[in-house]
Structure formats: C-alpha cells, structure tokens
Design a protein around this ligand. Structure first.
Ligand code: FMN
Length: 174
C-alpha cells in the first residue's frame, strides 16, 4: 500500500485522457471521499455537479476551450453556496477553502484508483453560470477533469518543480 507521501507525489495534472468511461463504483468511491471532507464550522457549502452527458460536456468545453478537456469522460464542477459558507467576523468567506479541500480529497482518491484529474479554474465562470442555470449565490469555483490517463501522459516539469522546504516552511517567527 502507498504511503500518503507516495500517493501525494504520484498525483499530477493529467491533460490527456483515454476514451474510456469511469466505472460507476470508482466514481461513487471518489465522490464519497469528497463528501466527507471537512468544512469551516461544518457548514458544508460545496456541491459537485457530475457532468458526463456528452452534449453538456460539449457545451461546458465552450467555457474552457481545450482539446484535452473535451477528451475527459467526466467533468466535476465544484459549486460553492455562498449563502452557506462560513464568514469570519471580518467578513472573509471560507467557501473557496472548503471547495479546495473537497476537490483535493477527490484528486488524491482518483489517483489511488488509477484515475487522473486536472484542476481547472481558468474557465469562463459567467458562461458556466448561464449554462448550468445557477442562482446568484451559487458560484462555479473549479472544475476537475476526470478519467484514465493516456499512456503517453507523463508528469510535466511543472509537477516536479516545487519550492524547497526552507523557502516555504517557517518555524516560529515569520
Ligand atoms: C487552484 C488551481 C487552479 C488550476 N487551474 C488550472 C487551469 O485552469 N488549467 C490547467 O491546465 N491547469 C490548472 N491547474 C493545474 C496547475 O497548473 C498544476 O497543478 C501545477 O502546474 C502543478 O502541476 P501538477 O498538478 O502536475 O503537480 C490548476 C491548479 C490549481 C491548484
């Protein structure tokens, strides 16, 4: 069994998918890994729209126009309910953080199941909102493409590029 560090290191952004469906049991498993994620004050403001319908996927590609995105058999659209998200006393809304935790659980669960994902935030959120008919308080925050990585896919140099420990870990005073 992989250690957590090995699992985390083996996740990378997959931008090349095989034309294979994701098995229902695997999909349910990784969604369950997302469902149990923690959230600020346990307010649970996250909703995941699982997009598999080919027509809707085509329309969604109109919000993020990349060939590899069209190939992905599943797209998970992470929606944040800003009416539910916890607000700190200074007003900071924690919905984005809650979404990120849930999505990260899912990327790692997918990796464990031999599946690939890619985070996508560079989509047209206005178009997405119209396409999915979202009310004002529901924000489309991120997409995750999901599917089996193509054999030719490899970890990009960006995946291997991380700041050194000393640069990002501070002990005690900043
Ligand atoms: C919040 C967030 C948003 C991202 N948005 C995009 C995106 O819109 N398009 C894309 O191709 N990659 C996107 N990525 C993937 C990053 O480019 C990638 O995670 C980073 O370069 C490190 O590579 P790795 O995931 O292979 O380790 C995003 C990642 C994160 C965490």
């Amino acid at each position: 069994m992989l250690t957590f560090l090995e699992l985390a290191k083996s996740r990378y952004s997959v931008r090349n998918y095989l034309p294979l469906p994701v098995e229902e049991e695997k999909l349910q498993y990784i969604l369950e890994c997302g469902r149990i994620a923690p959230s600020a004050a346990n307010f649970q403001p996250c909703i995941i729209d699982v997009v598999r319908d080919s027509e809707l996927k085509k329309q969604l590609a109109g919000t993020y126009n990349r060939e590899w995105f069209r190939q992905a058999p599943v797209v998970l659209v992470f929606l944040g309910d800003h009416n539910l998200g916890w607000k700190r006393s200074d007003g900071k809304d924690h919905t984005d953080i809650d979404i990120a935790i849930m999505a990260d659980h899912i990327t790692l669960a997918a990796t464990e199941q031999g599946l690939g994902t890619c985070w996508i935030c560079n989509f047209d959120a206005v178009k997405c909102r119209l396409l999915l008919n979202l009310p004002d308080h529901i924000e489309p925050i991120a997409y995750l493409s999901l599917g089996y990585p193509a054999v030719s896919t490899d970890q990009t140099s960006r995946h291997l590029k991380r700041k050194p420990f000393e640069e990002i870990i501070k002990f005690d005073q900043f």
